[in-house]
Design a protein around this ligand. Structure first.
Ligand SMILES: [Zn+2]
Length: 276
């Protein structure tokens, strides 16, 4: 083997490594964002926990990276990430900056969806338990798809994180983004994964949850029709249903949530930059 052949071979290997390198989400170390924490380049994949939650760890060209979902309710300041790697157990510091999300006021015609009567509470509590189960699940996977596509083409009408006053009452902040689409618009999986839940929910209407592995989950709400079943694997871009106006809505739209280690984070961080 001569030197120029070796150089060529190295170039080709470098090119292949760049091609297979993981496309990381954009970093936004704020509540509702994603922190990227470098964990070295050892042979084995390190494991990391943020509080009680195990977090996703992927590998890019430079080494291992923890993708830490930062809850909207997280206090700004320093937080610890617990890491277990070939080198033993340690801790990394995350610095989370403050972010003020705008206030939004709107009305929902079905007031029962805003101020549910006692007879609806049993159902709501049952559904919340199921949602908590999905949020706390960690399905290990060697690599995960984090380069998402917008699940439906349309104008973005509801940004992530908005603090909300609905029918004059203070409600939870907006945990996803809204895409304005007429009822019956095809909705596609943002990335490859497995359907973990599909059904009718009190607030979210007809909903589909897709588990992409390592605690990365996407949720599609207010659908008119669900076209997948729990347990079914889905490819990136696969049609999973039709958009609608079910659940707590002020009109037809698709609500899309991205959950990372149980925290709802801004879905736009997972879209190509041109979409932001
Ligand atoms: Zn929404």
């Amino acid at each position: 083997m001569n030197a120029s052949f070796l150089r060529l071979a190295c170039l080709a290997l470098g090119f292949l490594a760049a091609l297979s390198a993981h496309a990381l989400p954009q970093e936004a170390a704020v509540p509702g964002g994603v922190a990227l924490v470098r964990l070295g380049s050892g042979a084995g994949r390190p494991q990391a926990w943020f509080g009680e939650r195990r977090v996703a760890v992927v590998r890019d060209a430079k080494g291992w990276v923890a993708l830490v979902g930062l809850p909207l309710a997280l206090a700004p300041g320093e937080h610890a990430l617990r890491v277990v790697s070939d080198g033993g157990e340690g801790s990394k510091t995350l610095r989370v900056a403050a972010k003020q999300y705008p206030l939004q006021r709107f009305s929902v015609p079905d007031h029962r969806k805003v101020e549910p009567p006692p007879e609806d509470m049993l159902r709501i509590e049952r559904e919340q338990k199921r949602i908590d189960e999905i949020k706390s699940a960690f399905r290990d996977a060697p690599d995960i798809d984090t380069a998402f596509r917008q699940p439906a083409a349309g104008r973005l009408t509801g940004r992530f994180g908005l603090r909300r006053i609905i029918n004059g009452l203070e409600r939870m902040p907006h945990a996803g983004i809204d895409v304005a689409v007429p009822v019956g618009t095809p909705v596609h999986a943002a990335g490859s994964g497995v359907v973990v839940e599909a059904g009718d929910y009190f607030f979210n209407g007809n909903s589909v949850y897709i588990d992409h592995g390592q605690g990365l989950v996407t949720l599609y709400c207010h659908l008119d029709r669900i076209e997948v079943l729990p347990g079914e694997p889905v490819a990136a871009g696969q049609r999973i249903g039709l958009s609608g106006n079910t659940g707590r809505t002020s009109g037809p739209h698709l609500h899309w949530t991205v959950l990372l280690n149980g925290a709802a984070v801004d879905p736009r961080l997972f879209l190509p930059r041109t979409k932001r």
